[in-house]
Design a protein around this ligand. Structure first.
Ligand code: NAP
Length: 325
C-alpha cells in the first residue's frame, strides 16, 4: 500500500486546483465545518503539509504548534504577511508563495483602477444607468495626460506597472528601500520628497510590520490637493484614518483602493465618498490567474513530498538551506 500524505487546506482554492490536491494527498478542510475540524484534531500529528488557500487566516507559531510534524506551508498569493515566516523558519518549516504567475494580472488591474479613478469610469457608468445622460452630459473629469506617477515598491509587479504606465505616456519615478540596478526611472530614497514631485502615488509593496502605515498623513499632505493615491498592495500599508481625513478635507484629490485595513470591512466614510473608486481586493482575481496560482501551490507540495525541494520558497525559508557557520 502506498503511504498517504495528510495535508490541511485552510481556505478555498479554485476547483481545478483543489482536484489536484485531492488526487495527490489526503486533504482536511477545517473551514467547511465542525465534522472536518474534529477529524483533523484526531490526525494532527500526521499532518505534514498545509495549503494556505484564499482565506488569509493568520498562520502563526500557535498554528504551527498544532502540527508537530509539519514540513511545508504552501500559500496561494505572492504576499504572505498573514504567515509568520520567521516562526516557521525557527521550526524548520518551509513556506512557499506564488510569485510571477500573478504579476501581469495585478499590473493590469492597477492600471485599470488608475484609469477608472482619474476618469471616474464607474461613476460615469452609474450616471448612464440612472438615466441622467438623457438630461445632460457627464461632467468633464481629470486626465492622465502630462501626469507623473511615483511607484512605491519597484519589485516584480511595480516594474510591470511601470512598463504599462510608459505606454500610457506617464512620467515615472520610484521609491523603495534600495535603488534598483538598471531601473531607468529617478529613484527617491525619501517617500515624502517623491510624493511632493508626483501627481499619482501607486502603492505596490508587501504588507506586514515593515510597511505598516508607510503612506501616512505627511505623505498624503506632500501628494497635495490634486494628488491621486492608488493602493493595490495591502490595506495595512496606508493609514486609513489619515487617508479618510485627507480625502474629506481635500488634502488629496482622490483615491483608488483595491485593499483595506480590515477586509472585507470597508469604512462607511469611504463608501459614502462619491469621488473614490473601491474594489473588493480583486488584483489577481481572474479565473486564469487564480488557477495558475493554485496550480503552483499544488506543484510546490508535490515537488516537496517527492523529495525535490520547494519551487518558490520565500526569503525567510531559503532552499537549499544555507550552510551553517
Ligand atoms: P516584490 O517583487 O518582492 O516587490 C516588492 C517591492 O517593495 C520591492 O521593490 C521592495 O524593494 C519594496 N519594498 C519592500 N519593503 C519596502 C519598504 N518598507 N518601503 C519601501 N519599499 C519596500 O513583490 P511583488 O511580487 O511585486 O508583490 C508586491 C506586493 O503586492 C505583494 O507582497 C502583495 O502585498 C501585493 N499584491 C497585491 C495583490 C492584490 O490583489 N491587490 C495581488 C498580488 C500582490 P526594497 O526591498 O528595495 O525596499
Amino acid at each position: 500500500m502506498t503511504e498517504t500524505i495528510d495535508i490541511v487546506l485552510t481556505g478555498p482554492l479554485p476547483n481545478k486546483t483543489a482536484d489536484g490536491l485531492d488526487n495527490a494527498f489526503t486533504v482536511y478542510r477545517p473551514f467547511t465545518g465542525a465534522e472536518q475540524k474534529t477529524k483533523l484534531e484526531k490526525v494532527a500529528a500526521k499532518v505534514r503539509g498545509v495549503a494556505a488557500g484564499e482565506s488569509h487566516e493568520r498562520l502563526n507559531d500557535e498554528f504551527f504548534a498544532r502540527y508537530p510534524n509539519l514540513q511545508i506551508v504552501a500559500s496561494c498569493g505572492v504576499g504572505y504577511d498573514h504567515i509568520d515566516a520567521h516562526a516557521a523558519a525557527k521550526r524548520g518549516i518551509v513556506v512557499t508563495n506564488t510569485p510571477d504567475v500573478l504579476t501581469d494580472e495585478v499590473a493590469d488591474t492597477a492600471m485599470g483602477l488608475l484609469l477608472a479613478t482619474v476618469r471616474q469610469l464607474p461613476q460615469a457608468d452609474a450616471y448612464l444607468r440612472a438615466g441622467h445622460w438623457l438630461k445632460e452630459p457627464f461632467p468633464f473629469t481629470d486626465t492622465l495626460r502630462g501626469k507623473m506617477m511615483g511607484i512605491v515598491g519597484l519589485g516584480r509587479i511595480g516594474k510591470a506597472i511601470a512598463k504599462r504606465a510608459e505606454a500610457f505616456g506617464l512620467g515615472l519615478a520610484y521609491h523603495s528601500r534600495s535603488q534598483k540596478a538598471g531601473a531607468p526611472y529617478p529613484y527617491y530614497s525619501s517617500l515624502v520628497d517623491m510624493a511632493r514631485m508626483v501627481d499619482i502615488l501607486m502603492v505596490i509593496t508587501p504588507g506586514g510590520a515593515a510597511t505598516k502605515h508607510l503612506i501616512n498623513a505627511a505623505v498624503l499632505e506632500a501628494l497635495g490637493p490634486k494628488g491621486v493615491l492608488i493602493n493595490i498592495a495591502r490595506g495595512s500599508v496606508v493609514d486609513e484614518k489619515a487617508l479618510i481625513e485627507a480625502l474629506r478635507t481635500g488634502k488629496i484629490g482622490t483615491a483608488g483602493l483595491d485593499v483595506f485595513e480590515h477586509e472585507p470591512k470597508v469604512p462607511k466614510e469611504l463608501i459614502d465618498m462619491p469621488h473614490v473608486v473601491l474594489l473588493p481586493h480583486v488584483g489577481s482575481a481572474s479565473v486564469h490567474t487564480r488557477n495558475a496560482m493554485g496550480n503552483l501551490v499544488v506543484d510546490n507540495l508535490k515537488q516537496w513530498f517527492a523529495g525535490k525541494g520547494p519551487i518558490t520558497p520565500v526569503a525567510e525559508t531559503p532552499w537549499p538551506k544555507p550552510a551553517k557557520g
